[in-house]
Design a protein around this ligand. Structure first.
Ligand SMILES: Cc1cc2nc3c(=O)[nH]c(=O)nc-3n(C[C@H](O)[C@H](O)[C@H](O)COP(=O)(O)OP(=O)(O)OC[C@H]3O[C@@H](n4cnc5c(N)ncnc54)[C@H](O)[C@@H]3O)c2cc1C
Length: 279
């Protein structure tokens, strides 16, 4: 299919992008920010989404770059998945993020897709939303009323649904830097390398552990029962058995809920033993 007609703007400042978005919304046109376009363009091509205005944020320099600031890693929303994989600051201070980015799609998509786009798109099977929740990230938003920050764990609301207002722009992602002794695990199972995961898990195991599923339910979900079992030093098989209590496991045309739960438990057990977090 062809795209429905839309008008196009390409601002160079974040505040201008927000103003243009609010103006389009006020005029009843509907507007979307476009970053890498790797999720939005297919949606437009299939006419699953028909905004009147596209606001291309790709030329806003302030949304790029990876820096250290007051003991935290600050990642611009336009940072591509490929950069996450290779950036030395990310490798050193948020290694799970670098590792997980390599599981997203294929190289051509990782060259264009951005961390901000992945987080705002909130696909329940996406890797990065789960990783930023596991790492205790804080997300910085800019809207017509000004800037605000929100904890990643409060941002994801359900299938493709977030706490972000339509006119708000995600500007950066702030992550507490990892110490050399910090431990983590990551695992997923997909039909083919690069496909969205049938089930996956991100684990940050320093201090009180965070175990966060993706591809399992309606978004990144922490697993309190599995976290308690890991904190108590249980073996991996027991942690996997305790997992998913109270979590609604999704069923779709490829994988029913029971099969997905079984896959998820295997993924968790392997991730924990592979990383040496549980016996
Ligand atoms: C074949 C294929 C396979 C894929 N496989 C995977 C996979 O395995 N795992 C995975 O996680 N992803 C996968 N993706 C999606 C890919 O990771 C995208 O890069 C990502 O989901 C969106 O990033 P983007 O920069 O392309 O965002 P866009 O497509 O430009 O935007 C996505 C949405 O986010 C909004 N948005 C973007 N940036 C901002 C911002 N800074 N502030 C506010 N709103 C914003 C847009 O308005 C839009 O609604 C795949 C895509 C394709 C085409």
């Amino acid at each position: 299919m062809k795209f429905a007609p839309f008008s196009y703007a390409c601002p160079t400042e974040a505040a201008e992008a927000v103003r243009l978005c609010a103006e389009a919304a006020g005029a009843g046109l509907g507007a979307r920010f476009i970053a890498g376009g790797q999720s939005l363009l297919p949606a437009l091509a299939f006419r699953l989404d028909q905004p009147g205005t596209l606001i291309d944020i790709g030329r806003i320099g302030a949304l790029r770059g990876v820096t250290l600031h007051e003991g935290r890693l600050v990642i611009g929303a336009l940072t591509t998945h490929a950069t996450l994989e290779r950036d030395p600051l990310i490798a050193r201070h948020a290694p799970m993020l670098a590792h997980a980015a390599g599981f997203i799609a294929h190289a051509a998509i990782r060259n264009r897709g951005t961390i901000g786009g992945s987080i705002c798109n909130a696909d329940p099977a996406a890797e990065l939303p789960a990783v930023v929740v596991a790492l205790g990230a804080r997300l910085h938003l800019l809207g017509p009323a000004g800037a605000r920050a929100i904890e990643a764990r409060r941002f994801f609301r359900g299938y493709y649904e977030t706490a972000k207002a339509a006119e708000e722009l995600l500007t950066s992602i702030e992550i507490p830097i990892a110490a050399a002794a910090d431990r983590w695990a990551f695992g997923e199972l997909a039909r083919r390398r690069g496909d969205y995961a049938l089930a996956g898990v991100a684990v940050a195991a320093t201090g009180a552990p965070r175990i966060v599923w993706f591809g399992v339910g309606d978004g990144p979900r922490r697993d309190g029962a599995a976290e308690a079992a890991l904190a108590a030093g249980a073996p991996a098989a027991e942690i996997a058995q305790a997992a998913l209590a109270g979590i609604e496991v999704a069923s779709d045309h490829t994988t029913d809920a029971e099969t997905r739960a079984r896959i998820a438990r295997v993924v968790l057990r392997r991730a924990l033993t592979g990383a040496g977090l549980a016996a």
